[in-house]
Design a protein around this ligand. Structure first.
Ligand code: ADP
Ligand code: ADP
Ligand code: ZN
Length: 218
């Protein structure tokens, strides 16, 4: 099974994707995680991406399409299925993905679209913090670690706030993503692939709705 998870920054894609890959044994492909890893390792691509990401802008399509295509071409994807998170984010990326899937003989089975009123996203993003070691995502108020200062996933105890979650950047990110997102959803609606999920409920309840949607796709 091959799926996309979509939603504005802070909608809960990463949080739900982590649960979905465990439950459905899919391979998680997050372009945001790939860029953050490249930035941490200070690769050429990471340095390029950083200038866009820190300003809340999108990394150019040719860079993003290239890394996704490279990952989708690896053998584990055809064996296990994928969950793409944070991609496509422009209509050009959606068209590139259609082409790549065709070339690789893969089919997209469904799109999970987490719907949310943008007004609540500023609180979500300003309280988000990340595990430095494994990238797991938490929230100061809504989803803290079970033990204070210890990552639930890997046990490490160093956390950071994403540069692009600082208030100066969040507004631009939301504007960019709102403008780019709608035509993409329209494209997948035309193909009959979209399941709408209410994002403004507790994390466990969002996941329960996603499970129901995925069960009806399988
Ligand atoms: P969020 O959790 O806020 O939705 P991500 O972690 O998915 O954000 O992405 C962080 C940043 O990485 C984006 O704001 C953007 O600059 C860059 N990025 C991630 N995915 C893409 C993409 N598909 N196209 C262009 N830029 C991307
Ligand atoms: P995205 O990947 O879409 O940007 P995240 O999964 O990183 O979103 O979630 C953004 C922030 O909101 C994180 O701090 C996360 O812990 C928190 N969060 C995720 N889902 C919910 C929810 N249903 N209710 C409250 N907070 C949530
Ligand atoms: Zn961790």
């Amino acid at each position: 099974m091959n799926l996309l998870i979509m939603g504005l920054p802070g909608a809960g894609k990463g949080t739900q994707a982590a649960k979905m890959v465990e439950q459905f044994n899919l391979i998680h492909i997050s372009t945001g995680d790939m860029f953050r890893a490249a930035m941490a390792n200070q690769t050429e691509m990471g340095k390029l991406a950083k200038s866009y990401i820190d300003a809340g802008n999108l990394v150019p399509d040719e860079v993003t399409n290239g890394i996704v295509k490279e990952r989708l071409a690896q053998a584990d994807i055809a064996e296990n299925g994928f969950l793409l998170d944070g991609y496509p984010r422009t209509i050009e990326q959606a068209q590139a993905l259609d082409k790549t899937l065709l070339e690789l003989g893969l089919t997209l089975d469904g799109v999970i679209n987490i719907e949310i009123d943008p007004s609540i996203l500023v609180d979500r993003l300003s309280g988000r913090y990340m595990c430095r070691a494994c990238g797991a995502t938490y929230h100061k108020v809504f989803n803290p670690t079970k033990v204070e200062n210890v990552c639930d996933t890997c046990g490490a105890s160093e956390f950071y706030q994403r540069e692009d979650d600082k208030p100066e950047t969040v507004k631009n990110r939301l504007e960019v993503n709102i403008a780019q997102g709608e035509p993409i959803i329209a494209h997948y609606r035309e193909l009959g692939l979209v399941s709408a999920i209410e994002g403004d409920q507790e994390i466990a309840n969002v996941f329960a709705d996603i499970e129901k949607a995925v069960d009806s796709i399988k």
